[in-house]
Ligand binder design. Structure first.
Ligand SMILES: NC(=O)c1ccc[n+]([C@@H]2O[C@H](COP(=O)([O-])OP(=O)(O)OC[C@H]3O[C@@H](n4cnc5c(N)ncnc54)[C@H](OP(=O)(O)O)[C@@H]3O)[C@@H](O)[C@H]2O)c1
Length: 297
């Protein structure tokens, strides 16, 4: 029987652990604070930030949202960043990507206080991750690592093929799985749009992670029998539903599920973990800034 990895249930158990941390903060008179900054009105980004704010509310965190007009000049955003860097009640924040074209996202990242960079995208934090001394693990890769751990899948000595080399998923995940540390020690292959014979690389892997952004890119012919399949993809495809679309992953689920020993569904796999690991990083940031010791889950 294929193990369908229930990301919602695993995320819930991590949230229970985080709730206990929030209680510890409460005894010390601290409320961890997370701010989201959105420039413009991109509908998908609006959905993401509203989910992050709802998560804060449910977890008892101090959620703050800052909305700027789509044509806001860079200086206006930099002022917001400066204020958030200085705000003692905000322990972590993020500027939702993508930003409008007048804004240089790399410059935005450089201006965020690395101690409050709960996405883990500041160059200092990227460097620390690569060096094997992460401050904040980026949320989606960390979520994938937690899903594997929850299923007692130890990547040590395993061949892992990741399809996708983005800065938010593929590259940081490759780094995490490569670390000489618990949850790492894998042999990692990273594929991208210039990789030849991707199917050979995925078929040779014990664990396949799809983070391509192409609906159903990985099909059963690309998997070996018994592989563990982690589907990071979230794609809207037209469908005869109320909303006019449905969400599908980067893996052709039905066929892959027949061959895999374990697989994450979309939705309900990696997605809930990404949201939860942002709360995790916020709690971690608060612990570091307030010098309150908590037992992170
Ligand atoms: N569940 C979650 O919480 C979560 C979080 C983040 C992202 N996502 C989803 O995960 C997917 C990937 O996101 P992302 O931000 O990493 O995407 P991205 O920045 O667009 O990167 C996609 C990667 O896939 C590679 N690729 C694209 N087409 C390919 C092809 N035909 N053959 C081989 N490689 C190909 C690209 O190669 P090149 O580098 O050569 O262009 C790139 O490295 C998306 O569906 C996104 O919505 C989900």
């Amino acid at each position: 029987m294929t193990d369908v990895i229930n990301g919602n249930a695993i995320a819930e158990s991590v949230r229970e652990g985080l709730s206990a941390c929030v209680d510890t903060f409460s005894e010390a008179g601290v409320v961890p604070g997370l701010a989201t900054v959105l420039v413009g009105e991109d509908p998908a980004s609006e959905t993401y930030v509203s989910m992050k704010q709802r998560d804060c509310e449910e977890m008892g965190l101090n959620g703050v949202h800052v909305a700027l007009d789509a044509d806001a000049p860079p200086g206006e955003l930099y002022d917001v960043i400066e204020d958030l860097n200085a705000d003692p009640e905000i322990h972590g924040y993020l500027v939702q990507d993508p930003v409008p074209e007048q804004i240089d996202y790399r410059e935005v990242l450089r201006r965020i206080d690395p101690a409050k960079d709960v996405d883990g995208f500041h160059p200092e934090n990227v460097g620390r991750l690569v060096a094997g001394n992460p401050r904040f693990k980026p949320c989606t890769p960390h979520g994938v690592q937690k899903l594997l751990a929850a299923r007692e899948v130890n990547p040590e000595g395993k061949d892992v093929t990741i399809v996708g080399r983005s800065s938010i998923v593929g590259k940081p995940l490759a780094n995490l799985l490569l670390q000489k540390a618990q949850g790492g020690n894998a042999t990692v292959t990273v594929c991208h749009s210039r990789t030849e014979n991707i199917d050979e690389k995925t078929r040779g892997a014990d664990i396949v992670v799809a983070a391509v952004g192409v609906p159903e890119f990985v099909d059963s012919s690309m998997l070996s029998e018994g592989a563990i399949v982690i589907d990071v993809g979230v794609n809207r495809v037209e469908a005869d539903t109320e909303k006019g679309y449905e969400l599908v992953g980067d893996v052709e689920y039905e066929g892959a599920a027949e061959k895999a020993s374990a697989i994450t569904p979309v939705p309900g796999g990696v997605g809930p973990m990404t949201r939860t690991m942002l709360l995790y990083n916020t709690v971690k940031a608060a612990s570091q800034q307030e010098d309150v010791a908590v037992d992170l889950p």
